[in-house]
Design a protein around this ligand. Structure first.
Ligand code: NAP
Length: 278
């Protein structure tokens, strides 16, 4: 039976460390959380992030804008937040309404306040291994692996998914730790033959029950980034947890695995942003 990589417990530890540092150094740290429209899932994510801020002693400043906000209005708000000394990090919750260009908005965020690491410059820095901010989800996965002392160097790692915010940076961080990395996607041929090679398998697809035990090598470490709803509307990952946990050596649950770690890294990045700006 696989050991659980407990993101809930580890994220609580990280948030406690952040809180202690903020209190000891008497820091004033602020995160702007911008949400456009009324997407219910985005609302939940934003509320969770605000709660994390409170737990860490970070002041969250929410800007909830109506669906019909124009791209120009959103950009003007971000420019104001860039200039505001009380704001150390800027998070614009995605997805945006269709009339707003994601790149135009992300590129407006000051490089010193890009705590989600979504700007092209941040992506380039991740590639080069010279970053100010790590992308929250992949960095959260790396923290989970590190805390469990899972060896990465020389291991076969397979990442399913090649998005700019999860799959690609995930592969890059594993590569920086000297893994041999394969990235799979919807055009990969014979996916199980690739995933079965993985000592560490990371799934970031977004389809419930996508990874079954016959796609997993005996004693593999399985990290489930997916956040989906099953037929009963319950939150679940990409991995068939019950059967895969019989075969894996370590596994992340959903909920309670990668999700809380993503948010803990966001808090870490916000504190780093404060230090960078001082
Ligand atoms: P995305 O942009 O939709 O990317 C999904 C990836 O999966 C794409 O690269 C796609 O391939 C690949 N894919 C789709 N069907 C496939 C198939 N049949 N075989 C192999 N690959 C397939 O999603 P994302 O933003 O990376 O997010 C992925 C999942 O992680 C979602 O469930 C999301 O909610 C979750 N997520 C969780 C967290 C967290 O904190 N836990 C954070 C971010 C995202 P193509 O490129 O070929 O289309």
């Amino acid at each position: 039976m696989a050991k659980i990589l407990d993101g809930k417990a580890l994220s609580a530890e990280i948030k406690q460390q952040i809180k202690t540092e903020i209190e000891q150094d008497n820091l004033k740290v602020g995160l702007a959380v911008v949400i456009v429209g009324a997407d219910p899932a985005s609302r939940v994510y934003v509320d969770n992030k605000k709660r994390d801020c409170t737990e860490c002693g970070i002041t969250s400043h929410e800007f909830a804008l109506p669906e019909e906000t124009t791209q120009q209005e959103l950009i003007e708000l971000i420019e104001k937040l860039n200039a505001d000394e009380n704001i150390n990090g800027i998070l614009v919750q995605q997805p945006f309404p269709k009339h707003i260009n994601v790149t135009a908005v992300n590129e407006t965020i000051s490089p010193l306040k890009d705590v989600d690491a979504f700007r092209f410059e941040s992506a380039g820095r991740i590639m080069a291994g010279k970053y100010s901010f790590l992308p929250c989800t992949p960095a959260g996965v790396m923290e989970l692996l590190r805390a469990a002392e899972i060896e990465i160097a020389g291991k076969e790692c397979v990442v399913i998914g090649r998005s700019d915010i999860v799959g690609k940076p995930m592969a890059m961080l594993l590569l920086h730790e000297n893994a041999t990395v394969t990235i799979c996607h919807s055009r990969t041929k014979d996916l199980p033959s690739v995933t079965k090679r993985a000592d560490i398998l990371v799934s970031a697809v977004g389809i419930a029950d996508f990874v079954s035990s016959d796609m997993v090598k005996e004693n593999a470490v399985v990290v489930d980034v997916g956040m989906n709803r099953n037929s009963e509307g319950k939150l679940c990952g990409d991995v068939k947890y019950a059967e895969v946990s019989e075969k894996a050596s370590y596994i992340t649950p959903v909920p309670g695995g990668v999700g809380p770690m993503t948010r803990a890294v966001l808090m870490k990045n916000t504190l780093s942003a404060k230090k960078l700006q001082s």
